[in-house]
Structures are given as C-alpha cells and as structure tokens.
Design a protein around this ligand. Structure first.
Ligand code: ADP
Ligand code: AMP
Length: 215
C-alpha cells in the first residue's frame, strides 16, 4: 500500500501530479489547502479562523490542521492509500501524522516525494494559476490553459485567481516554505523513503520520475 507525502513549495505541481497518480494508483488525495478553502467557502468556524492566516500567506496553526486531518483520516476511503498534498508543513504536523498513521490506522508513510522548482518559476506558476471553484481542477494561463477562455473544461464554472496567488502573498508563502516547511526534508531524509525530484520540466516528464519511484 502507498501512503505518500507530497512535499514542495506552493506552485511546485503537487495538485497537478496528484491528478495523474490518482488515475494510475487509485489513491485518495487529501489536500489540506482544498479542505480549508471548502471550509472558508462554507463559512464554518474553522474556515473563519483559517482565512486570516491563508489571506496573509501564513500557516494555519498546527492544532487546527492536525484536528482536521484526524477527522479526515477516519473516513473509509483512506484505507487504500493516501497522497498527503500540502500536509505536513511543520515538524509538529509530521510527528502528528506518524502518530495518527501508526496508532489509529496501523500503517505508515511509505514514500516522501519532494518537488524542486526555482522561486522565479513558482511565482510565475502561481500568478498564472486559475482554479475551478466547483471541482478544484487547476489550469495555467500559459502552461495549461482551459479549452474555452476562463471556464473549467469539466463543469463550465468560471475560473478564479486565488487571493493567495497574487504576487505579494505568494512571496510570503515562499518565505514560509523556505523557513519552515523545507525543514521537513531533514526530518524525512533519514527514513530511506525520501526522494527529491526536479519539478521544472513538462508535467508528463515529471510524472515519469514519480512513477519510477512509486513503481
Ligand atoms: P501545487 O499544488 O504544488 O501548489 P499546482 O499543481 O496547482 O501546484 O501547479 C501550480 C501551477 O503551475 C498551476 O497553474 C499548474 O497548471 C502549473 N503547473 C504545474 N506543473 C507544471 C509544470 N510541470 N510545468 C508548467 N506548469 C505547471
Ligand atoms: P495550499 O493550497 O496547499 O497552497 O494551501 C493554501 C493555504 O492554506 C496555505 O498558504 C496555508 O495558509 C493553508 N494551509 C494548507 N495546508 C496547511 C498546513 N498543512 N499547515 C498549515 N497551513 C496550511
């Protein structure tokens, strides 16, 4: 069984690659960013609390994220293997994940794949990213445009440019990644399950490298 942690800065291509992995390996993708955005949209207490941090490009506090993940992992679809996308982002979250998987699900993280992309390219990717507010599908105005301008190929919804994908906020998010989240490479490096790959090429070429790792 595969339980994969997808590491990498915002805009590295984790969501894009997750879509390919899901098709071939039948895993479920758990994106903490997607869960939080759904909570903000629904106006829940969690959403209201998280929004302030998200708008500023800061991390949402660990207690909220870990509590949210604990609930998510109770669902049956996690039993066949999971892609953790955008989680963990701190050492405390990584420790909590190990504990939840070991104690509650009697399993463990099997692969850690980190996508490496230069900051200038990440800014360009985020600034050009367009997302479907209905199904979450992700496009890029230059690298992966929708068939018809501004609307989702899958459901025809008008695509949005996320508030936190504006240039100023994305720069904050990259700073937070370099200062905090990138430390997870050290946390996982010793495990023998850690793989760092170049995420700058064509999405299909990046995916070939991921398949080489997942087998
Ligand atoms: P993440 O989930 O890591 O934040 P996404 O998968 O949403 O990243 O990708 C960020 C943006 O970059 C999207 O607009 C996506 O279409 C685009 N993108 C993803 N991978 C590539 C790639 N290999 N080359 C060019 N653009 C890409
Ligand atoms: P993402 O969609 O993964 O880029 O996440 C968007 C935003 O949600 C981040 O900038 C954070 O504010 C918040 N967020 C998502 N996942 C986490 C996490 N694991 N820990 C803390 N904050 C998170």
């Amino acid at each position: 069984m595969i339980n994969m942690v997808f590491l990498g800065p915002p805009g590295a291509g984790k969501g894009t690659q997750s879509a390919y992995i899901i098709e071939d390996y039948g895993l479920v993708q758990i994106s903490t960013g997607d869960i939080l955005r759904a909570a903000v949209k629904a106006g829940t207490e969690l959403g209201k609390e998280a929004k302030v941090y998200m708008d500023g490009g800061q991390l949402v506090p660990d207690e909220l994220i870990v509590g949210m993940m604990k609930e998510r992992l109770k669902q049956d679809d996690c039993k066949n293997g999971v892609i953790f996308d955008g989680f963990p982002r701190t050492i405390a979250q990584a420790e909590a994940l190990d504990k939840m998987l070991n104690e509650d699900l009697k399993t463990e993280v099997t692969h850690i794949i980190s996508l490496d992309v230069a900051d200038e390219l990440l800014v360009e990717r985020a600034v050009g990213r367009r997302s479907c507010p209905e199904c979450g599908k992700v496009y890029h105005i230059k690298y992966n445009p929708p068939k018809t301008g501004g609307v989702c190929d899958a459901d025809g919804a008008t695509l949005i440019h996320r508030d936190d994908d504006q240039e100023d906020t994305i720069k904050n998010r990259l700073k937070v990644y370099h200062e905090t989240t990138s430390l997870l490479k050290g946390y996982y490096n010793e495990s023998g399950k850690f793989h760092e790959i170049d995420g700058e090429g064509d999405p299909k070429d990046v995916y070939k490298k991921i398949k080489g790792i997942l087998g």
